[in-house]
Design a protein around this ligand. Structure first.
Ligand SMILES: Cc1cc2nc3c(=O)[nH]c(=O)nc-3n(C[C@H](O)[C@H](O)[C@H](O)COP(=O)(O)OP(=O)(O)OC[C@H]3O[C@@H](n4cnc5c(N)ncnc54)[C@H](O)[C@@H]3O)c2cc1C
Length: 324
């Protein structure tokens, strides 16, 4: 059944945010017969700077809600603007990236529209009746729940990294629809007293090779070998939550439900059991190699290549071979 899908497109550093591209890619390949449209809220300068990227994002119609008041980003104001747009345009499905801004904007919007919201989804499909099947971890990540909303539009936020984005696919340019929205009666409810630009942390989650260590590495000294091997393989290091909790790695390189979702070409897990809270973050990896002494560890069944061996031995031999 054809659906009218609306993706809220976030702009980040004058580009379409990666998560918005991921959502659009997923919708284009999985929501057959549906119209995938986008909506962006920004001031004129931001729109002009991001326009080239916006034109390549793959949506059919791109609604650009433009006003110079939007130079100050405010999720309070944006939720009011979006509410009016949605009531007028009546999409069947509404999707927002679960970025810090998206996580602030979406519940405000759901409350205004009096609709349900399935937050932080890791999968989205459309069933035979045209309803959105929104899947997300539940019960502390022990289960995956697929939620069907009783309200319209179906509304979900999507975890960054949950879907793949292929930058090589060239899309037709969208129909650009510029709108000066009616902002009468809307305010930001917030006053920005001061702001500062923080240098952006490098986004390592889409690196081609990611190698991670877990509790099976036993000591911080052993975990440090992950950094050494990563350097030799031109890969990025990562960790399980248990390794982070041991203080062996920083939380920003944690993979999983309460860490990052990753989509590398190759993921190598050393001494990681493969608890669901971990594997929910690695399902988009093209190939997974697991090194574990326990052949029945869950990750050994999930992996494309399962190596039953001592993780430190394997890392040391790889380091030796690569150093030579
Ligand atoms: C709400 C919630 C959110 C969570 N979020 C996350 C998350 O985002 N990311 C995450 O990772 N976890 C998360 N967890 C924790 C998760 O449930 C697991 O506890 C954690 O992933 C286990 O980490 P681990 O695999 O490193 O350790 P363990 O489960 O202890 O596994 C260690 C593995 O190492 C193997 N091993 C032992 N010795 C060796 C050796 N010499 N060589 C090779 N292998 C060896 C063992 O066989 C075992 O399989 C979360 C939990 C909860 C409740």
């Amino acid at each position: 059944m054809a659906k009218n899908v609306l993706v809220y497109i976030e702009i980040d550093s004058n580009k379409v945010a990666r998560v918005s591209k991921e959502i659009i890619s997923h919708a284009l390949s999985n929501f057959s017969d549906s119209d995938i449209n986008g909506v962006v809220i920004a001031d004129e300068k931001t729109v002009n700077l991001a326009l080239d990227d916006l034109k390549k994002c793959g949506v059919k119609n791109l609604y650009i809600l433009i006003d110079n008041i939007f130079d100050t980003h405010s999720t309070c104001l944006f939720s009011g603007v979006l509410e009016r747009f949605i009531l007028e345009n009546k999409p069947d499905i509404l999707l927002i990236g679960a970025t810090p801004d998206g996580r602030d904007l979406a519940p405000r919007l759901a409350s205004k529209l009096n609709i349900g919201l399935t937050a932080d989804c890791t999968d989205l499909q459309i069933d035979g009746d045209g309803k959105l099947l929104a899947t997300r971890p539940t019960y502390g990540g022990k289960m995956m729940a697929t939620i069907i909303s009783k309200t319209v539009p179906d509304f979900a936020t999507v975890r960054p990294g949950a879907f793949k984005y292929n930058s090589e696919i060239v899309h037709d340019e969208p129909e650009l629809v510029y709108i000066n929205p009616d902002i009468s009666g809307l305010s930001s409810l917030m006053e920005i007293i001061s702001s500062e630009n923080k240098p952006k942390a490098e986004d390592w989650t889409c690196s081609e090779i990611i190698i991670a260590g877990g509790l099976g590495l036993k000591t911080k000294e052993n975990f440090d070998l992950i950094y050494k091997l990563a350097e030799l393989l031109k890969a990025k290091p990562a960790a399980s939550r248990a390794a982070v909790e041991q203080g062996w790695a920083q939380q920003n390189i944690q993979v999983g439900q309460t860490g990052n979702s990753i989509s590398p070409k190759l993921y190598i897990a050393f001494g990681i059991s493969g608890a669901m809270q971990h594997t929910v973050g690695i399902t988009n990896s093209d190939k997974i190699i697991a090194v574990n002494i326990d052949k029945d560890a869950p990750i050994m069944h999930l992996a494309d290549f399962a190596i039953r061996d001592d993780a430190v031995n394997v890392i040391n031999s790889l380091i030796q071979k690569l150093s030579n």
